[in-house]
Design a protein around this ligand. Structure first.
Ligand code: FAD
Length: 322
């Protein structure tokens, strides 16, 4: 059985940020991720001609902590200022998943491993994965979208704090459907390639990745609203419906390829007013992620920055406690 000071379940932004901070402070840390790559909702689809972001498109900065990091990322050439004045939108220079990969470089990380149980053993926690491997650690940070964390830890042999567990259960997410279309002809989009105004009903935004600078050909992501996504079961006709909605904007007569991405947990509609929760009676298991907002969070919604701050604060809590 492998032993670590801290195991982090989920290698999305919040998990990666927590892992980096703990590792920098000298802890032995293991990231455990069910997908083949890290990044979670920082996701990028790759075609022969280029890349399309299919989760987060950009991030904004309202805190000193993220500002400091972003200055380092700008210096290294990992991110660029994309558009916007009041709160500039920053984006990765080569797809949001590449930023996640860069941040996770050098971390101990096991991908393609789904954690299925979290149990107490003596003064430690033991994590079980779907292939039967066990990981023993002193502390755990669980960074899955909150409803998945509820499923995972609800059956745990760790004694859970009733009030904290209740707060966790109150967090609700909504889905988002994203259609990705490779077109022959470039549509009209503003210089940035990002449109979120005056779009047809039910369409939240359209992004042209050629103009974003990460595709050689017109490669478009079409984001449907949460309300539309909730009310449509995924079926063979989902992409057709998305195309019908956006046909005034995009010319589908010469469509080269299409893909549907479904995010069952895209954004939280109810959040938690703490940047993480210590959820078990012995203080060994923290839950974190983008739906955990610092008290007084200025934007008041789940986003790149809330995930960053949640991972950052959870790691600081562990360090101050060790
Ligand atoms: C369509 C969409 C558009 C968005 N647009 C923006 C935007 O433009 N700007 C912005 O700021 N934010 C945006 N967001 C939100 C932003 O992407 C998220 O807030 C942030 O990436 C969440 O990071 P996280 O680490 O909290 O969670 P996640 O990225 O969800 O990470 C959780 C990780 O846990 C893994 N996992 C799940 N279950 C298990 C298990 N049992 N065992 C092991 N691993 C597991 C998942 O695979 C995932 O990698 C968008 C999100 C979506 C979906």
């Amino acid at each position: 059985m492998q032993k670590y000071d801290v195991a982090i379940i989920g290698a999305g932004l919040s998990g990666i940020v927590a892992a980096r901070k703990l590792k920098q402070a000298g802890a032995s840390v293991l990231l455990l991720e069910k997908e083949q790559t890290v990044g979670g909702r920082l996701a990028t689809s790759i075609t022969a001609e280029g890349k399309a972001d299919i989760g987060a498109q950009f991030f904004t900065v309202r805190t000193e902590e993220l500002q400091q990091e972003v200055e380092g990322w700008l210096e290294k050439g990992w991110v660029k200022r994309w558009f916007g004045e009041d709160y500039p939108r920053y984006t990765s220079v080569d797809g949001m998943s590449s930023l996640a990969c860069r941040l996770a470089e050098g971390m101990d990380c096991v991908t393609s491993t789904m954690i299925t149980a979290v149990n107490a053993q003596d003064s430690h926690i033991v994590l079980h994965d779907s292939s039967g491997s066990l990981y023993k650690c002193k502390r755990v940070v669980c960074t899955l979208p909150a409803p998945l964390t509820v499923n995972l830890i609800g059956k745990s042999s760790l004694g859970l704090k009733v009030e904290a567990y209740q707060k966790l259960k109150e967090i609700q997410f909504q889905p988002t459907y994203v259609g990705v279309f490779q077109l022959e002809r470039s549509p009209y989009t503003p210089e940035s390639g990002h449109i979120d105004k005056q779009l047809p009903a039910d369409v939240e935004r359209i992004v042209d990745h050629q103009k974003k600078g990460i595709s050689k050909t017109p490669l478009m992501s079409v984001y449907m609203t949460a309300d539309w996504s909730v009310s449509h079961e995924s079926s063979e006709s989902t992409l057709k419906m998305i195309k019908n909605k956006t046909s005034p904007y995009l010319d589908f007569r010469k469509l080269i390829s299409e893909q549907l991405e479904i995010w069952p947990y895209a954004q939280a509609v109810t959040t938690c007013p703490h940047s993480f929760l210590e959820i078990d009676n012995r203080g060994k298991l923290l839950v974190a992620g983008d739906a955990f907002l610092r008290p007084g969070d200025q934007a008041g919604k789940t986003r790149f920055e809330s995930a960053f701050l949640s991972g950052h604060d959870a790691a600081n809590h562990i360090l101050s406690d060790s």
